[in-house]
Design a protein around this ligand. Structure first.
Ligand code: ASP
Length: 348
């Protein structure tokens, strides 16, 4: 079975465009927005979270060889999903409070205007590929939990233990030191702060024809309440693609992103003419404005972090974050590198 979107879907998309043209309909209509013309792409570009350095290099190379943009982006994020040392994604991702790894992922394919997602998926190392199967083979957008697992198994995905020795040890240490009133005997952890780790990989890619895709995949917030689904599998929050404009995606506190539909908003900001970086920073200003007081410091700044990564159709790329010190990965058509992320607030 071929996983490639390229031929059948490309033909489908192309005939759709031709039909619109024959009817004399405008091909692009966006009521309520000024018409911003984003020049057609001329190079292959991929932009991602910092753990996506290997991923953008692979994605960029594969689209350069002619692979479909979504297929290539998924190959890119799989490098992290299958890496036992990336504790934020797929195999080796940190589990929920019960010690069960629950994975979220979503993707969009610009040329065919299709989307797929899975939430709280257990036992499958590559949720991004399952999300692509939802996109390819169903009339739905999102499958969750047990149903998502049964769907994956029906296509031959293998059910596996996603915990590594390292992630299990870290979960056991967290459980032991959970609180003074629980029934677990505390273990010595030195003076180290108990950090509640999060992480995710998002890749957005545009090829030299201006075709665009995006994918985000994560094990979500570590020690989360079982069943908690973050922003990553939410179309318009974890990632979003509009083949006329660009793509954007996110890592960081998912709850803050969901409240502003941040990936969608970032693409809309690019539609209004903002550069990818300015579009991301504008979305983050909205996040700050919509944050409840409980999560703000004395100066009204969020006590969490959130990042957006974006590329437009022309292959311009950028990113934005709330707090300084972060980096993002990009393939600029020739090489892959890490860049400092423009931010709203300087960390002290
Ligand atoms: N956005 C992810 C979530 O909330 C976590 C992260 O990227 O750190 O599930």
């Amino acid at each position: 079975m071929s996983n490639s979107l390229s031929r059948r879907d490309f033909l489908g998309a192309a005939s759709g465009v031709a039909a619109g043209a024959t009817l004399g309909l405008p091909l692009i209509t966006h009521p309520g927005f000024p018409a911003v013309h984003i020049r057609q792409g001329s190079k292959n570009v991929a932009v991602a979270s910092a753990n996506g350095l290997r991923g953008v290099e692979l994605t960029g190379r594969l689209v350069g060889e002619g692979m479909d943009t979504l297929d290539a982006a998924i190959e890119g994020v799989k490098t992290q999903e299958l890496d036992p040392d990336d504790s934020s994604v797929g195999y080796g991702g940190l589990p929920n409070e019960d010690g069960v790894v629950q994975l979220d992922a979503s993707c969009m394919h610009g040329p065919t205007k299709r989307a797929g997602a899975v939430g709280a998926l257990e036992g499958i190392k590559t949720p991004s590929v399952v999300a692509k199967y939802v996109l390819l083979y169903t009339d739905h957008i999102m499958l969750v939990g047990e149903g998502a697992k049964r769907f994956a198994l029906s296509y031959g995905f293998k059910e596996e233990d996603l915990m590594t020795e390292r992630s299990r040890a870290r979960w056991l240490a967290w459980r032991a030191n959970r609180g003074p009133d629980d029934d677990w005997i505390n273990v010595e952890r030195g003076k180290e702060m108990v950090i509640r780790e999060t992480g995710t990989i998002n890749i957005n890619v545009v090829n030299s024809n201006g075709d665009i895709s995006s994918v985000t995949t994560t094990s979500g917030l570590s020690w989360k309440i079982p069943g908690r689904v973050g922003d990553s599998p939410i179309i318009g929050a974890g990632q979003y693609t509009d083949n006329d404009i660009g793509a954007a995606g996110s890592t960081g506190r998912g709850e803050a992103n969901i409240q502003v539909c941040g990936a969608f908003l970032t693409v809309e900001n690019m539609r209004r003419g903002l550069s990818p970086t300015d579009a991301a920073l504008e979305t983050l200003r909205r996040v700050v404005a919509t944050t409840e007081p409980r999560l703000l410091d004395e100066q009204g700044r969020p006590t969490f972090n959130l990042n957006f990564y974006a590329t437009n159709k022309a292959g311009e790329f950028g990113a934005g974050t709330i707090w300084s010190g972060g980096r993002y990965a990009a393939f600029d058509g020739a090489t892959a590198a890490l860049h400092d992320i423009p931010y709203l607030y300087e960390r002290e």
